[in-house]
Design a protein around this ligand. Structure first.
Ligand code: ADE
Length: 421
């Protein structure tokens, strides 16, 4: 190691997106390696709105591996972190920074310790797949710092060992996680189906649903479904393979009606399996069900599939619209039924791409109050409102995969102290 006499710090910083599955991953065939029982397909969300940013620093003065998440130190002793660190270190290459006069030989990485700081640009507790973005970002940043070559999707297979769905966050646009067949998991990797520019008019609206209930973690839920749900094997073996092919076709041909039909059907089947688990798992709540009904009514009144919904292991709704015009109409319907609390600002209720509010013709709280009841429910059911049942909405779109942030000001670790800024 050149430069050992004086202490130096070398760093890399990157940002990685989160993703939402439209064909769900539910059930592992190997718990330690995180190998799934079926393929899954996801859309990567715009990192401007939902992403993790991570800095990894290395220095001969560091005494142990340490990590800070959103400013608080966390333990790296868990198996998932240890697996990612071990697999990346195994593949580390020689690194040279001529300007700083630092040379690290690949065998040195085993002896050097790391300081890692990560932060999510969305609430970590909101149930928005923060671990997918987090582990994708951690593995991507480690690989860049340690000069690890990405051969045959190796890097996505390492991210998978941190959090299964993290492997899909290694790419932008539309991504397939191939379940693979090998016992060591080396072929259980993610591949990009199409970049985000392939279908760039899609709009995603996420309803972050308030919930007081402690949810079953997806790791526990999956294990219980594998052990007890008779439906699970039927889904994995008989239903998903056909759906994956149809979804790939829908993505290729930008066929929104097919994408919507498959997305809704797959979300509903995943939640049916949760109900089929013993004891049953309830991830959706009354608000989630009301959002499904709202979308189903909207689609029925328009006479075609205009909006898709999908729900992960929690009550939040992820809604997909084919364009900004439909997204505006959807937002009107959502805000009519789930208005912000009266004392709040519209700008703090609609996060992300606020220009969809413009599309919906909504500039102020007064505009929201003045929204007429949707035509399709006016005469049939009383137009009930549920203020407070949605904490906030995030309007976003498809986005690109992880990328290095080369501006040193964006680093989360101070080169002077080696600790978070
Ligand atoms: N879990 C949730 N967010 C994370 C992050 N940013 N990095 C690592 N693990 C996480």
């Amino acid at each position: 190691m050149a430069g050992e006499a004086q202490s130096w710090v070398l760093m890399a910083t990157a940002r990685a997106p989160t993703n939402i599955a439209v064909i769900k991953y539910w059930g592992k065939r190997d718990e330690a390696l995180i190998l799934p029982i079926n393929d899954s397909i996801s859309v990567t969300l715009d990192p401007d709105h939902l992403s993790a940013t991570t800095t990894v620093a290395v220095s001969p003065s560091f005494k142990q591996d340490r990590m800070w998440l959103n400013g608080k130190e966390i333990s790296l002793s868990g198996g998932r972190y240890q697996n990612c660190l071990r697999e990346i270190r195994k593949r580390a290459g020689d690194v040279e920074d001529e300007k700083k006069g630092i040379r690290i030989k690949k065998e040195d990485w085993e002896k050097l310790h790391l300081h890692i700081a990560s932060y999510n640009n969305f609430p970590t507790a909101a149930g928005l797949a923060s671990s997918a973005a987090g582990f994708a970002c951690l593995v991507f940043t480690l690989a860049k710092l340690m000069n690890v070559k990405d051969e045959h999707g190796d890097i996505s297979a390492i991210a998978r060992q941190g959090s299964g769905s993290a492997c899909r966050s290694m790419y932008g646009g539309f991504v397939k996680w191939m379940m693979g067949n090998d016992a060591d998991g080396s072929d259980s990797i993610a591949v990009q189906l199409a970049s985000h520019t392939h279908w760039d008019d899609l709009v995603i609206i996420i309803a972050v649903v308030s919930s007081k209930q402690k949810e079953t973690s997806s790791t526990t839920g999956m294990r219980e479904s594998v052990e007890t749900s008779p439906l699970l094997e039927y889904r994995a073996k008989t239903v998903v393979p056909g759906r994956v092919l149809q979804m790939e076709e829908a993505i290729n041909s930008r066929d929104f009606a097919s994408l919507a039909r498959l997305t809704c059907a797959d979300s509903n089947q995943f939640h049916a399996i949760c109900l089929d688990t013993s004891p049953p798992i309830f991830y959706m709540n009354d608000t989630s069900h009301r959002i499904i009904s709202l979308v189903e009514r909207l689609n029925l009144s328009e006479g075609s599939l205009q909006v898709a919904y999908t729900f992960d292991a929690g009550p939040n709704a992820v809604l997909i619209a084919p364009n900004r015009k439909v997204a505006g109409l959807l937002l009107q319907r959502l805000l009519f039924q789930f208005p912000p609390p009266t004392d709040s600002e519209l700008a703090s209720y609609i996060l992300g791409d606020k220009s969809i509010l413009h599309e919906a013709g909504l500039q102020s709280m007064k505009d929201v109050e003045d929204l007429p009841p949707p035509v399709e429910i006016k005469d049939k059911v009383p137009s009930q409102k549920f203020p407070g049942d949605v904490s906030y909405f995030i309007c976003t779109r498809l986005g690109s995969g992880p990328r290095l942030l080369t501006d040193e000001n964006q680093a989360l670790i101070s080169p002077e102290t080696g600790c978070p800024k």
